[in-house]
Design a protein around this ligand. Structure first.
Ligand code: NAP
Length: 243
């Protein structure tokens, strides 16, 4: 039996377990199982691996995406650059870390891009923002980053005027604002300057249409939520484990 799984803590609800259990059933993939491993400290990872010699791959979630790095033998270029791992391949006694959020984001954004979407505004500076920035670099899209604590190359939300909003026709929310149950929250940007030339992308996928996306759609912008990114990052993990 090949075992795959998710490490993190706590792990109350897991998208990945549901996704892979359904995938194994629907695609008649025999001899595979996906388990959740809620470990209260990353120091428990070596013991977990020793207890489960059949483990072929792991996903990594909060709070271990960065803490797991010292336990790995190798990193992909993206994971090394971003400094965060959400997928581990266990093969030939070696543990290699990858970041599939980059792949999920890039491949879900690419089909929606118009030639004028050549400058992006990234809202937030966390782990998800770093994956987004790496993907934008790969796609040769220049970007500006907004933060509540500007400096170090980021700008303040209250500096986003009409000219800035017109120049950045791709706006990406990487903050948790608007995520269930706080559905009445949204990033503090001047939505009045959004037009039908804009594409608003929200990494949040619950609710399907956040207030950020609703306000963009009301101005005629194209919108995209984080659901496809979530699916594509999971599929990318599968490809890495079995590629
Ligand atoms: P995070 O590190 O907790 O937060 C991201 C950034 O958002 C923070 O660094 C902060 O930047 C900003 N922020 C946080 N709270 C804020 C607030 N109240 N007001 C304004 N800005 C705030 O989270 P993350 O791990 O990067 O994830 C961010 C979101 O992306 C989550 O909702 C997560 O579920 C989602 N996500 C989705 C996918 C997917 O596949 N769709 C993948 C990864 C993550 P500043 O301090 O610089 O303002």
């Amino acid at each position: 039996m090949k075992t795959y799984g998710l490490i993190g803590y706590p792990l109350s609800h897991s998208f990945s377990k549901g996704f892979f259990t359904r995938k194994f059933e629907e695609e008649h993939i025999a001899g595979c199982q996906y388990e959740t491993f809620p470990i209260p400290a990353i120091t428990e990872l070596p013991a977990l691996l020793a207890q489960h010699p059949g483990l072929c791959g792991l996903n990594v979630t909060i709070p271990y995406k960065e803490q797991v790095i010292p336990y790995l033998d190798e990193l992909s270029d993206a994971a090394a650059n971003i400094g965060a791992v959400n997928c581990i391949r266990l093969k030939d006694g070696k543990k290699k870390g990858f970041n599939t959020d980059v792949i999920g984001f890039r491949n879900s954004l690419q089909p929606l891009l118009q030639p004028h979407h050549n400058r992006a505004l990234v809202l937030g500076t966390g782990g998800a923002a770093k994956a987004v920035m790496y993907a934008l670099q790969e796609m040769n899209i220049s970007f500006t980053v907004a933060s509540r604590t500007p400096g170090n190359g980021t700008v303040a939300y209250n500096s986003l005027d009409k000219a800035a909003m017109e120049a950045h026709t791709l706006i990406i929310n990487t903050t948790p604002l608007g995520m269930y149950p706080n559905v009445d929250a949204c990033p503090d940007i001047p939505y009045d300057f959004i037009t039908s030339r804009h594409l608003l992308y929200d990494l949040v996928y619950n609710p399907a249409e956040t207030l950020f996306l609703q306000k963009g759609a009301a101005q005629g912008a194209a919108i995209k939520n984080g659901h496809e990114m979530l699916i594509l990052q999971a599929e990318a993990s599968w490809d890495i484990w079995n590629g």
